[in-house]
Design a protein around this ligand. Structure first.
Ligand code: XMP
Length: 175
């Protein structure tokens, strides 16, 4: 069993400030034409972040990637779907995920999007966990950086729960 931290790790206000900063930084530094969000965890982040890019030509698509099942530990097996729907030939892609943890998910997804013909792929995450990287992968645009811990809220879940909460909380084991 898990319990939520007593206080939010990041409040809804702090998240909105960070999303605005990230949006401005990305708009200044990368001219892209396609957003690819990674379901399910990034759906809230994508919807907030994309409204900082008022360019009418930007397309938004989603792929699904999962390796967690119903626990707070990755199974190590990445399942990717919805890729076949994408036409990325010659596109400049902004790949958006919720968290960079071991780095395996984004490293693999960048390779898959390039295999689909994307001209350039840069990635953006709301959060990175510094302590847990297992592969040499850095996201191009990072919001919050935390040491470790399992986090929920603002789209992030544990077994499908907590996603609709506006703040981000740490989940702790009760044992
Ligand atoms: P990797 O290890 O491949 O993991 O970088 C990235 C994916 O793992 C999920 N993840 C989390 N989801 N709270 C969550 O709700 C967490 O603390 C957490 N850590 C990793 C997430 O889906 C991310 O895309």
């Amino acid at each position: 069993m898990y319990k939520m931290s007593l206080m939010p790790l990041f409040t809804a206000e702090a998240i909105q400030e960070m999303v605005q900063l990230l949006g401005e930084k990305i708009a200044r530094n990368y001219k892209f034409d396609t957003i690819v969000g990674v379901l399910t965890g990034s759906f809230v982040f994508v919807s907030d972040l994309c409204r900082h890019f008022p360019n009418k030509d930007i397309k938004v698509s989603f792929i699904r990637a999962s390796s967690y099942g119903d626990s707070t530990e990755s199974s190590g097996q990445l399942k990717v779907s919805l890729l076949d729907e994408l036409d990325l030939k010659g596109k400049k892609v902004l790949l958006i995920d919720d968290i960079l943890d071991t780095g395996r998910t984004l490293q693999k997804l960048v390779d898959l999007l390039k295999e689909k013909g994307a001209d350039e792929v840069r990635s953006c995450v709301l959060l990175e966990k510094r302590a847990r990287r297992e592969v040499d992968y850095k996201a191009d645009f990072v919001g919050f950086s935390i040491e470790d811990g399992f986090v929920v809220g603002y789209g992030l879940d544990c077994a499908g729960e907590y996603r609709t909460m506006p703040d981000i909380w740490t989940l702790e084991s009760e044992n």
